[in-house]
Design a protein. Structure first.
Lengths: 113, 114
């Protein structure tokens, strides 16, 4: 069974630039999550999709972050413009049932200089 | 809201030593509890889980028991190996704002020396 795919693996940008991350969940998983993991901290949920609808985006900084899940499969997370404090690993995860047994991708490590 | 507090790291042990990583939680209702592990260079993966009070989750020699009376879910292993070196995250799944959410602790880095 293929896992959760994410790209790119690493990204280095300057502040005020924009960046986009891509995620392909496990086939059949209706729930997709984007987490932000700052060095030394646990993952923090940014947004949760159920199919192509947003279930929770309460911790997404909507002035600069946006996310979409086209056709309820792939998802993209965008940051525009980036700030230094956005440096983190961005994790995508998917699950069959919301909140239960999440499968995580390897993440995208973002460095904002 | 729901939250998880786990033992600060890093933890450094010798091979075959006993491991305990403490985890306590705050939640309304009846959450499910999890331990996730992140090996160097890899994504998080589920290590074990417990869905109700007094359940014991176990996998790869690791165990954790869901203790409602002490709101705890401590991770234990009787004899650690070098290959257990990783970051361990305690997590809680519960309903908040009408949806099921997974909340993580800050993680505990374990290093096992030969």
């Amino acid at each position: 069974e293929a896992g959760v795919a994410q790209s790119p693996r690493y990204k280095i940008i300057e502040k005020r630039q924009s960046v986009a991350f891509w995620c392909n969940p496990i086939s059949g998983h209706a729930t997709l999550y984007w987490y932000q993991q700052i060095l030394g901290q646990g993952p923090k949920l940014l947004i949760q999709f159920q199919n192509n609808g947003v279930v929770d985006d309460s911790q997404l900084p909507k002035d600069r972050f946006s996310a979409e899940r086209l056709k309820g499969v792939d998802s993209t997370l965008k940051i525009q413009p980036a700030k230094l404090e956005d440096s983190a690993v961005y994790l995508c995860a998917s699950s069959l049932v919301p909140g239960r047994k999440l499968f995580f991708g390897s993440g995208t490590q973002l460095s904002v200089l | 809201g729901n939250s998880v507090t786990q033992m600060e790291g890093p933890v450094t042990l010798s091979e075959e030593a006993f491991l305990t990583i403490n985890c306590t939680y705050t939640a309304t209702g009846y959450p499910s509890l999890f331990w996730y592990v992140q090996y160097p260079g890899e994504g998080l993966q589920l290590l074990l889980k417990a869905t109700k009070a007094d359940d014991k989750g176990s996998n790869k020699g690791f165990e954790a028991t869901y203790r409602k009376e002490t709101t705890s879910f401590h991770l234990e292993k009787g004899s650690v190996q070098v290959s257990d070196s990783a970051v361990y995250f305690c997590a809680l799944s519960g309903t908040q704002g009408g949806s099921e959410k997974l909340v993580f602790g800050k993680g505990t880095k374990l290093t096992v020396n030969p």
